[in-house]
Ligand binder design. Structure first.
Ligand code: SAM
Length: 222
């Protein structure tokens, strides 16, 4: 008979044990500084890239993966007035923060606990998916890109920013803030995986070489 002392992990347990946000990074994620950075730096860059493509996400169906404290929710809701907005995070504490923000600001956003490598939503549902600095935490980041592609409508957009291996190595060496080795990539690797997951890169922008912003478009079938 099988021992029940070590029962097989179910998905719920796996999500709880396979990821840990470093306390310094967590402090930054929930700080007013991050809110300002998001509003006046990250979001503005995406807005500029969208403008350069003559694209607007006004009243679209939007999903945000790894929403953290909810700063993306606030800015994107205000700016694009989405028709539907879903946001999720792997960490319960972050989900709670986002939920409380949504309640406080009375935003029509659905927030839930979820995993970007296995999104529990139907395929071809969204016009745009936002992923802000999440994949460098995720060993299965390649699968995550494929999952995001699955939930996008044909021609849907992925707006994603990331930090490359050089910065992550620096954070580990000098600040002792570690991230999974298998989630470190060069921009060449990142582009290749975006393509493999079914995206055409429409725009990219790099800040100090190590902070990259990409807009990818899901290739239409056929
Ligand atoms: C660096 S924080 C960024 C938070 C937010 N996007 C922002 O820019 O403020 C990374 C976030 O990704 C979440 N995360 C990590 N792995 C995830 C996964 N597999 N699925 C969903 N969220 C994940 C973490 O819980 C954390 O909130």
């Amino acid at each position: 008979m099988k021992s029940l002392a070590n029962p097989p992990l179910n998905v719920k347990n796996q999500t709880r044990t396979r990821f840990d946000l470093h306390h310094l990074e967590e402090k930054l994620m929930i700080s007013p500084l991050k809110k300002l950075m998001f509003k006046y730096f990250e979001f503005r860059i995406f807005k500029r890239l969208l403008n350069s493509l003559n694209l607007n996400l006004y009243e679209k169906q939007i999903l945000e993966g790894g929403c953290g404290a909810g700063y993306g929710i606030e800015v994107i809701s205000e700016h694009f007035k989405p028709k539907r907005y879903y946001a999720f995070d792997l960490k319960k504490e972050m989900v709670a923060r986002s939920l409380s923000l949504v309640k406080r600001k009375k935003l029509p956003v659905t927030v839930f606990q979820g995993d970007v490598t296995a999104i529990k939503l139907s395929s071809k549902k969204f016009d745009a998916v936002f992923i802000f600095t999440v994949l460098h935490h995720e060993k299965k980041w390649r699968e995550a890109l494929k999952e995001v592609n699955r939930v996008l409508k044909p021609n849907g957009l992925l707006l994603i920013n990331e930090i490359n291996n050089r910065s992550l190595n620096w954070f580990g060496r000098y600040l002792k803030v570690y991230h999974p080795k298998s989630a470190r990539f060069t921009w060449g690797m990142f582009r290749k995986e975006l393509n493999q997951a079914g995206f055409v890169i429409l725009r990219e922008y790099f800040f100090l070489q190590d902070f990259g912003f990409f807009i990818g478009c899901k290739q239409p079938i056929g």
